[in-house]
Design a protein around this ligand. Structure first.
Ligand code: BEZ
Ligand code: FE
Length: 289
C-alpha cells in the first residue's frame, strides 16, 4: 500500500518502488542506501531545520566545485569515505606498495618532462632530488611506466590554489621510467598544509573540533600496461601530523626517507648552495592479473 505511509512503512514503500531496477548492482546499492539513510534519519530523529541545513550544506558543497576545486572529494576524504573505499578495493599482495587518497589537487594537464627536469618550475621550497624506481614483486624493473607526481610548495599551496598562476602548472609533472624502471627529477621538499577551509568542509571541521592539516607528502600516480595502477603518497618522517591526518591517509609503509645534505654537489652534478634533500623511493606494483 502506497497510502497512509508512516515513519516505519516508508522504507518498504521506497524499496518496493525500486524493486524492478534492471541493473542488479544498482538495485543492491540503492536498496542499501535507502535502508541506511532511513535508519539514520530515524536514529537521530532529524528535525526539519536540520533537513534544511543538510540540503544547504550539500548545495554549498556542489557550488564550491570548479575545475580547480573538488569540494565533494574533500568531503569524502574528511569523512573517511575515500580511505574506506581504497581499503576495500586495494587489498595489495604482500610487498606491493600501498595506495592512499587521490585528493582534489590532481590536474589532467601536468607537463610531460624529460629525465632530470626541475619540476618545481619556480615553486618556492628547499631543493630535493628524487630517484624513484618502479618494479614488480620480484624486483623486475617496470620500464616505460607513466609516473605522475604532484605536490604542495613550501607555503603549503598547490599551483591550482594560486589564482595569480592562472593555468600555469608547477610542482607537478609526468615522467616515464627508463629500462631500469627509474625516473629522476628535481623538485622541492613538500611541507605540511591545511586542506582548504573556506568552504562547507572547513565549516564541518570547525564545528566538529577538528584541525585541517595533512602531513607533508608527495603524490604519485603510476600506470603501466600489465600492472595495477597505483595512487599513493610518500610522507615525510617526523611530521607533526602523521598521526592525525585530516583525511586518514597515512600508512607507515608510505613514510619515505627524505635525507638532508649539506650544500655541495647534488646527484645531478649541479652545485647547490643551500642544504638539499634526496629521496630514493622504490614502488612495487601488483600484477594486473
Ligand atoms: C591532498 O593530499 O592533496 C589532499 C587529499 C585529500 C584532501 C585534501 C588534499
Ligand atoms: Fe596533497
Amino acid at each position: 500500500m502506497m497510502r497512509n505511509i508512516d515513519e516505519r512503512t516508508i522504507t518498504d514503500a521506497v524499496l518496493q518502488s525500486i524493486a524492478s531496477t534492471p541493473d542488479a548492482r544498482l538495485k543492491q546499492v540503492m536498496t542499501s542506501l535507502v535502508t541506511h539513510l532511513h535508519d539514520f534519519v530515524r536514529d537521530v530523529r532529524l528535525t526539519e531545520a536540520e533537513w534544511q541545513a543538510a540540503i544547504a550544506f550539500l548545495t554549498a558543497t556542489g557550488q564550491k566545485c570548479s575545475h580547480t576545486r573538488q569540494e565533494f572529494i574533500l568531503l569524502s576524504d574528511t569523512l573517511g569515505v575515500s580511505m574506506l573505499t581504497i581499503a576495500l578495493n586495494h587489498a595489495k599482495p604482500a610487498g606491493a606498495t600501498e595506495a592512499t587518497v587521490f585528493g582534489p589537487f590532481h590536474t589532467a594537464d601536468a607537463p610531460h618532462v624529460e629525465p632530470g627536469a626541475d619540476i618545481a618550475r619556480g615553486a618556492p621550497g628547499r631543493p630535493m632530488f628524487v630517484h624513484a624506481v618502479v618494479q614488480g614483486p620480484d624486483g623486475e624493473p617496470v620500464a616505460n611506466a607513466e609516473v605522475e607526481v604532484w605536490q604542495a610548495d613550501d607555503e603549503g599551496l598547490y599551483d591550482v590554489q594560486r589564482p595569480e598562476l592562472g593555468d600555469t602548472r608547477r610542482a607537478r609533472a609526468v615522467l616515464r621510467t627508463d629500462a631500469r624502471g627509474a625516473v629522476r627529477f628535481r623538485s622541492i621538499v613538500p611541507t605540511a598544509y591545511p586542506i582548504p577551509t573556506d568552504g562547507p568542509v572547513g565549516a564541518m571541521l570547525a564545528a566538529t573540533g577538528r584541525h585541517p592539516w595533512r602531513p607533508a607528502h608527495l603524490h604519485f600516480m603510476i600506470r603501466a600496461a600489465g600492472w595495477q595502477s597505483l595512487t599513493t603518497h610518500l610522507f615525510r618522517d617526523g611530521d607533526a601530523y602523521l598521526d592525525s591526518d585530516v583525511v586518514f591517509g597515512v600508512r607507515s609503509s608510505l613514510i619515505g626517507d627524505y635525507v638532508e645534505h649539506a650544500p655541495g654537489i647534488a646527484p645531478d652534478g649541479s652545485v647547490v648552495e643551500t642544504a638539499f634533500f634526496t629521496l630514493e623511493p622504490v614502488f612495487v606494483l601488483a600484477s594486473a592479473r
